[in-house]
Design a protein around this ligand. Structure first.
Ligand code: AP5
Length: 216
């Protein structure tokens, strides 16, 4: 693995939107822990059943389950050239585990772009979000409409509203982010890896700023 990027930001900041674009431009896989959990939910696997207990409440899935799952994914052959992580790590324990995993494999994180958006905007974004069933591509009722109503432009699958995008669950997810994930901002700043980007700009402008950080 050569280029490793961690996309940090609150729920609804645009991590998934930007990760899909940047990973394609850089030719590295987009690894979203949330998408892996949702695939498992859809396929009704044991991992999916376990994850549902936490995701529906807006809580984090325990580190013991999440760390192994992401390390398995990072060990796949398509990650040899690098990876763009979205939604992982999310706790100091996960961040430490990621550093150790990369070090063991002779690697390290290149940069941590942090997409920052005020909380009131996050709620509006998540309540208007529609997601595609097949691969998790995201749309928005106001900011990013699909060409055909309720159908994904990229793979033709049906769009749905995520269970955890209900207002009460979104509020809980933001609270969990502040308490458990925001400490990672200082963690990565200390190592000189953190680059903050204003995520309230239009999607294309956020992409331009991120591309300058990842430099590929
Ligand atoms: P996950 O799927 O990772 O959700 P999240 O971090 O809460 O992030 P979101 O997917 O909600 O938002 P996003 O930042 O990707 O925004 P998006 O691009 O969609 O995690 C879900 C759950 O899984 C967690 O709650 C937890 O239970 C579990 N989980 C996952 N990872 C875990 C981990 N590591 N440890 C433990 N548990 C874990 O954009 C949002 C909307 O805004 C879209 O509609 C989009 O079109 C729109 N938009 C995007 N950018 C802009 C812009 N610039 N202007 C206007 N609109 C925009």
């Amino acid at each position: 693995m050569s280029r490793v990027y961690v996309l940090l930001g609150p729920p609804g900041a645009g991590k998934g939107t930007q990760a899909a674009i940047i990973a394609e431009k850089c030719g590295i896989p987009h690894i979203s822990s949330g998408n892996i959990f949702r695939e498992n939910l859809q396929n009704n696997t044991n991992l999916g059943k376990q994850a549902r207990l936490y995701m529906d409440k807006g809580e984090l899935v325990p580190d013991g389950v999440t760390i192994g799952m992401v390390e398995d994914r990072l060990s796949q052959p398509d990650c040899r050239e690098g990876a763009l992580l979205d939604g992982y790590p999310r706790t100091p324990t996960q961040a430490q585990a990621l550093n150790e995993f990369l070090k063991k494999n002779g690697n390290k994180i290149n940069a941590v772009p942090f997409i920052n958006v005020p909380s009131n905007e996050l709620i509006e974004r998540l309540s208007g979000r529609w997601t595609c069933k097949a691969e998790g591509h995201v749309y928005h009722l106001k900011y990013k409409l699909p060409k055909q109503a309720n159908i994904c432009d990229l793979d033709g699958s049906v769009l749905y509203q995520r269970e955890d995008d209900k207002r009460e669950t979104v509020e809980q997810r933001i609270k969990v982010y502040v308490e458990q994930t925001a400490p990672l901002i200082a963690f990565y700043k200390k190592d000189g890896l953190l680059f903050e980007v204003d995520g309230s700009l239009p999607i294309e402008q956020v992409t331009d700023k991120l591309m300058k950080i990842v430099n590929c």
